[in-house]
Design a protein around this ligand. Structure first.
Ligand code: ARG
Length: 464
C-alpha cells in the first residue's frame, strides 16, 4: 500500500482520524474519473505552458508522465488498489510527482480541485451521455424490428386498464419509440449544457495566471467556457438535468415493463416471455416469472431517488464549493449504470418477444371495442354525437344481455334502437374498418402506422 501524502501539507501538524479519512475518501468511486482527469490535466499543462508558467520541457515532462500513468492503469489491474489517496485528483498528482519529480509539483498551478473535479466530471459524463443515447437508439431499433415482425398484429388498447379500442401492435411499439425519441432529445440538451469548461475558475474566484481558457476548452472539445467562477465550481445543474433525463427514460422503460408483465400474465396471455429473460420458481414448477421486466420497473425508483438526492444536496449550499458536492458522484455513477443495463435488457426482451396474434386479435374483437365506431357511424348518418352515444350505450346493454358482440346483432335489432342504421353497419363495425378509420396523423390506421414506421426507420437510419 502506497501511503499518499495529503495535498494540503503545511497548515496541518496532526494526522486525520482513520474513520474520518475513510469517510472523506472518494477515491474508491471517483477513480472512474481517472481518464477524464488525466486528459484535463494534459490540457491544463499546455495552458500553463502557453501562459508562460511552465517551460516547454516541464510541460512535456508532465504530459509524458501523465501518458505513462494512463498506460500503467491499463496494464496493471491493481493500479488503483494499493493507494490511500483521498480522491482521484490527489492520486494522479502524487503518482505524477513520484514519476517525474519536481515538474509534477507545478501542475496544480492556477487550478484547484474545485474546478478540476467539475471539469473531469463533465468530461466523463459527456462521453457517457453519448453512449447512453446510442443505447436508447438500439432499443428503438429493437422496437421497430418487433413492430415490423408482426406488422399486422392487432391488440386491444386500454384506458383505465379496460378494453377501449383496438390498435395495431406496431402502434403500441411506436408509442414507446416516441417516448424514447424525446428521451434522446433531453439527453442531447443535457449533453450541451454539460459540455462547457469550468477549468480556470480555480477555487472560486478565477485564476491569476494568463491561461487562455478558450484554448483549453477547444483542446478538450468543450463548446465554451463557464462565465462565472463562483457558479462554475458549484454548479451541478448538469448532473440534475442528466439524472432528470434518465428518470424519464426509466419512467418509460418501467411503463413498458408493466405493459409486458401484464401481457405475459395468464389472464392476458398476449405474449410468452422467452426463457432468455425469465426465471422459474424454486417452489412452483409451473411458474415463469418476468424478472427482467420487474427489475426494470423496480430500478426506476432507484434513479428517481438519485434525482431527489441530488436536488436535496444542492438546495442549501452557500456559494461556492462545499464538500457536500462530493455526494454528486455516486448518484450520477449509479444512474449511468442502472440506465444502461435497463436499456440493454429491454432491447433483449424485445429481440426475444413474440405477440400471440390469435389471442390479441380475439381480445381486440371481444368486449365492445367497436362501440365508439357505431356512434361515429350514426354521426355520419346525421345523428348528433350525444344522441348516438346514448343509443349505442343502450345497444351495448342489449348485446350484453344477449351475451353477444355488437356486430352479432341483427339489423332489426339495431333499427329498434336507431332507425338510421342501415346494412352497411356491419362493414363499419369490422375490425379492419375500425382500424382504417383512425386515419389522421397519429392515429392507428394501418396507413398512418406504416407511414410512421417508415418515418421512424428513417430517423434511426439517418445516424448510421
Ligand atoms: N473529491 C472532491 C469532490 O468530489 C474533489 C474536490 C475537493 N475539493 C476540496 N476543496 N476539498 O468534490
Amino acid at each position: 500500500m502506497t501511503e499518499e501524502k495529503n495535498l494540503w501539507g503545511g497548515r496541518f501538524t496532526g494526522k486525520p482520524d482513520a474513520v474520518f479519512a475513510e469517510f472523506n475518501n472518494s477515491f474508491k468511486f471517483d477513480k472512474r474519473l481517472f481518464y477524464a482527469d488525466v486528459s484535463a490535466s494534459v490540457a491544463h499543462a499546455e495552458g500553463l505552458f502557453q501562459a508562460g508558467v511552465l517551460t516547454r520541457l516541464e510541460a512535456e515532462k508532465i504530459k509524458t508522465g501523465l501518458a505513462t500513468l494512463l498506460k500503467r492503469s491499463e496494464f496493471d489491474s491493481n493500479y488503483f488498489n494499493d493507494s490511500t489517496a483521498e480522491d482521484v485528483h490527489s492520486f494522479i498528482e502524487s503518482k505524477l510527482v513520484q514519476l517525474i519529480g519536481d515538474a509534477g509539483k507545478k501542475l496544480h498551478t492556477g487550478r484547484s480541485r474545485n474546478d478540476q473535479v467539475a471539469t473531469a466530471f463533465r468530461l466523463w459524463l459527456r462521453e457517457e451521455i453519448t453512449e447512453i443515447s446510442q443505447i436508447v437508439r438500439r432499443l428503438q431499433k429493437a422496437l421497430l424490428t418487433a413492430a415490423e415482425k408482426q406488422k399486422d398484429a392487432v391488440l386491444p388498447g386500454y384506458t383505465h386498464l379496460q378494453r377501449a379500442q383496438p390498435v395495431l401492435w406496431a402502434h403500441w411499439c411506436l408509442a414507446y419509440f416516441e417516448m424514447l425519441s424525446r428521451d434522446r432529445e433531453r439527453l442531447d440538451e443535457a449533453w450541451r449544457r454539460t459540455n462547457v469548461l469550468p477549468l480556470g475558475s480555480a477555487a472560486l474566484a478565477g485564476t491569476s495566471y494568463e491561461i487562455d481558457r478558450e484554448a483549453v476548452a477547444r483542446e478538450l472539445g468543450f463548446e465554451g467556457v463557464t462565465a462565472n467562477s463562483l457558479d462554475a465550481v458549484s454548479d451541478r445543474d448538469f448532473c440534475v438535468e442528466f439524472v432528470g433525463a434518465c428518470s424519464l427514460i426509466m419512467v418509460h422503460l418501467s411503463r413498458m415493463a408493466e405493459d409486458l408483465i401484464l401481457y405475459a400474465s395468464s389472464e392476458f396471455q398476449f405474449i410468452e416471455l422467452s426463457d432468455a429473460v425469465s426465471t422459474g420458481s424454486s417452489l412452483m414448477p409451473q411458474k415463469k416469472n418476468p424478472d427482467a421486466l420487474e427489475l426494470i420497473r423496480g430500478k426506476a425508483g432507484r434513479v428517481f431517488g438519485h434525482q431527489a438526492a441530488l436536488l436535496a444536496t444542492l438546495k442549501g449550499l452557500p456559494l461556492a464549493y462545499n464538500k457536500d458536492l462530493q455526494e454528486d458522484k455516486e448518484a450520477v455513477f449509479d444512474t449511468v449504470e442502472t440506465v444502461k443495463i435497463c436499456l440493454q435488457v429491454s432491447a433483449i426482451v424485445f429481440a426475444n418477444l413474440r405477440l400471440n396474434e390469435t389471442k390479441t386479435r380475439e381480445a381486440a374483437t371481444k368486449g365492445y371495442l367497436n362501440a365508439t365506431d357505431l356512434a361515429d357511424y350514426l354521426v355520419h348518418k346525421g345523428v348528433p354525437f350525444r344522441t348516438a352515444h346514448d343509443a349505442v350505450g343502450r345497444i351495448v346493454l342489449h348485446a350484453i344481455s344477449k351475451n353477444v358482440e355488437i356486430q352479432e346483432l341483427s339489423l332489426a335489432d339495431f333499427q329498434s334502437f336507431s332507425s338510421e342504421v342501415g346494412k352497411d353497419v356491419f362493414e363499419a363495425l369490422s375490425l379492419e374498418q375500425v382500424l382504417a378509420s383512425k386515419n389522421q396523423i397519429g392515429g392507428t390506421s394501418p396507413e398512418r402506422v406504416f407511414e410512421a414506421l417508415e418515418a421512424a426507420k428513417n430517423e434511426i437510419e439517418r445516424e448510421d
